[in-house]
Design a protein around this ligand. Structure first.
Ligand SMILES: [Zn+2]
Length: 223
């Protein structure tokens, strides 16, 4: 069994760490993050495993397991957790999220500088709970930013952070990751459609989005 200074790593934490590193590398490979400018976390019981600060994801090994309690106290590992930890912990304390993905994805960040809410350009907004809000700006790593993010996330599983990036959560790393990818794609779609001179994109109505929300809730289930 792998062991990290500061605490013994349980098997379920070791496998969650492996999945976390895979997800973090995916954000870079898919162009949602440049270098180490994003972070990923996953909750195992009351321990939150999180990417460490400033270590390229391709250098992370099973021995680098980094974990904190919901109060931020380090329980596993000796690497310093991401400086954006307060935002991750705030989401776990306030929601039933099991995983959080934060990126500086370029299309989403561009949209965050233009509007207070992503216009309803596509029905996939329903997969995030409705129109995606932009959290007001505050310096990275602050409790103030964490508070803004929580308010923007009300009844949503994702939001934009003004002049900063994205945050999504889900019941698994895959779900949180997919929501980030969908969110950046929707932002790219709106930027593309709204950049045609002389034309304005048509938007969905709240009623049209609600109808899709109903369908998505039933998706994949029997009956
Ligand atoms: Zn950031």
């Amino acid at each position: 069994m792998a062991e990290a200074q500061g605490g013994r790593v349980r098997p379920e934490e070791a496998s969650a760490w492996e999945a976390l590193v895979t997800t973090a590398r995916r954000t870079v490979a898919d162009g949602l993050v440049v270098g180490t400018s994003g972070n990923v976390s996953v909750r195992v019981g009351d321990t939150v495993l999180v990417t460490p600060s400033g270590v390229p994801y391709d250098r992370l090994t099973p021995a680098d397991v980094t974990g904190v309690g919901l109060d931020g106290r380090q329980l596993l590992g000796t690497l310093v957790p991401t400086s954006e930890l307060p935002m991750h912990l705030a989401v776990y304390r306030a929601t039933d999220a099991r995983a959080v993905v934060h990126t500086h994805a370029v299309h989403a960040t561009a949209v965050s500088t233009l509007v207070p809410e992503l216009p309803l350009v596509h029905y996939m907004a329903a997969a995030l709970g409705g129109p995606v809000r932009v959290a007001p700006y505050a310096a990275y790593g602050t409790d103030e930013l964490a508070g803004h993010v929580l308010r923007a996330l009300e009844d949503r599983s994702g939001c934009l952070l003004r002049n900063h990036g994205t945050l999504t959560h889900g019941s698994s790393l895959d779900q949180a990751y997919d929501r980030t990818a969908q969110l950046d794609w929707m932002c790219r779609l709106w930027l593309t459609a709204s950049s045609v001179p002389g034309l304005t994109p048509s938007l969905l109505t709240p009623g049209q989005l609600a109808e899709v929300g109903e369908r998505l809730r039933g998706y994949g289930q029997p009956g």
